[in-house]
Design a protein around this ligand. Structure first.
Ligand SMILES: NC(=O)C1=CN([C@@H]2O[C@H](COP(=O)(O)OP(=O)(O)OC[C@H]3O[C@@H](n4cnc5c(N)ncnc54)[C@H](OP(=O)(O)O)[C@@H]3O)[C@@H](O)[C@H]2O)C=CC1
Ligand SMILES: O=C1O[C@H](CO)[C@@H](O)[C@@H]1O
Length: 325
């Protein structure tokens, strides 16, 4: 695979002045694949990827920490050359300090480049195994609504002031009304909003435009169609990979990077990760064609119950709220 330019050449200046690499390795890896995470992280860094996206919820932070320690100890990379993101989960909505402290311990890092509020939601209680992350009771009822979701963002902002743990502060899965409230009540514009985004969700009912108007960078997740890799076999994506002699992974990443968005891309397969760096030179017309196909045939891959009612389109869950307003 050859290319004159690379996704690695792209970065974005955030609204707080910090710079974020436009391509990140995602690490929301299923538990049975956790052991593969250190090799994936090493493959990514050796391929030139400098941005790793993780979260307390993923349970992968200690595996990431292991890989980072090995590379840093061996002199292959310096901490300051990397951009590492973590997130505070709704179960810890009023305990951001506890959450971030645990993430620092597990990764072995002294600071994060970016800390996000994972969802504008608050959970209470634990699941039937006594774990806090997905508090469904034995009747399958999810217990959320434990408090005011904005508390988490406020606590992360406060922690940035009080500690050296956090460089930039952002949010995830916030719709326009959440962003407006966060800005109005704290005066701090989030540096990023991390949301599901790919050509089949080209229509985001104004969210992308609003974020742009506030200088909030968009981080796109599920760029390959998440765990089922639902976008990988789409003929239109294959068509552009063939046209430019690249791969479907490269097309799906370039769709964001060339549009000034950050792409979060996950794989445990080193050969695929190496290919994430290859840029497909999609034109404006190519991108319009992808968007048109997506608007005609939309699809959302992450439809967790805790996203119901937040305002995102095409959110289908067991509650059958086909589309929330
Ligand atoms: N803020 C939030 O709420 C969320 C954030 N995220 C973040 O975004 C990241 C990326 O999203 P994620 O949902 O993980 O999924 P992705 O869209 O990145 O897809 C990952 C899957 O695609 C597979 N894959 C990649 N390339 C190919 C290929 N060429 N052929 C076949 N399969 C392929 C991978 O398999 P394999 O490993 O076998 O290569 C893996 O199972 C996450 O890891 C996380 O960091 C994700 C969801 C929600
Ligand atoms: O970040 C996240 O990942 C899971 C799914 O992969 C999702 O629920 C959560 O927001």
């Amino acid at each position: 695979m050859s290319s004159n330019t690379s996704s690695l050449d792209y970065s974005i200046k955030l609204n707080d002045g910090n710079v974020i690499p436009s391509l990140a390795l995602g690490t929301a890896t299923p538990p049975e694949e956790h052991e593969a995470v250190p090799e994936a992280v090493k493959a990514a860094i050796r391929a030139g990827i400098r941005h790793i996206d993780t979260a307390w919820y993923y349970g992968t932070e200690k595996y990431i920490g292991k890989a980072l320690k090995e590379l840093i100890d061996a002199g292959e990379i310096k901490r300051e050359e990397l951009f590492i993101t973590t997130k505070v989960w709704p179960a810890l909505w009023d305990r951001a300090e506890t959450s971030i402290k645990k993430s620092l311990e597990d990764t072995g890092l002294e600071y994060f480049d970016l800390v996000l509020q994972h969802w504008p939601q608050t959970f209470k209680g634990t699941d039937k195994n006594g774990l806090p992350s997905r508090p469904y009771d034995e009747n399958g009822i999810l217990h959320f609504g434990a408090g005011d979701y904005l508390e988490t963002y406020k606590q992360i902002i406060d922690l940035r002031k009080r500690t050296n743990w956090i460089k930039s502060v952002g949010v995830s899965n916030f719709h326009i009304h959440h962003l407006k409230r966060a800005i109005e009540e704290t005066g701090v514009v989030p540096a990023v909003d991390q949301i599901e985004h790919h050509y089949r969700l080209a229509d985001q009912i104004g969210l992308i435009e609003y974020a742009k108007s506030q200088n909030i960078a968009i981080e796109a997740y599920a760029v390959f169609g998440s765990s089922i890799a639902g976008l990988i076999d789409e003929p239109i994506v294959k068509k552009f990979a063939d046209k430019y002699g690249t791969t479907v992974n490269s097309v799906l990443i370039s769709y964001h990077v060339l549009n000034n968005r950050i792409a979060l891309a996950r794989s445990k397969t080193p050969e695929r990760i190496e290919d994430f760096t290859v840029l497909t030179p999609l034109t404006k017309d190519d991108i319009e064609e992808l968007d048109k196909a997506g608007i005609e045939n939309p699809k959302r891959y992450i439809t967790d119950d805790w996203g119901v009612g937040l305002g995102f389109k095409h959110w289908k869950t067991k509650y059958s709220w086909e589309e929330s307003k």
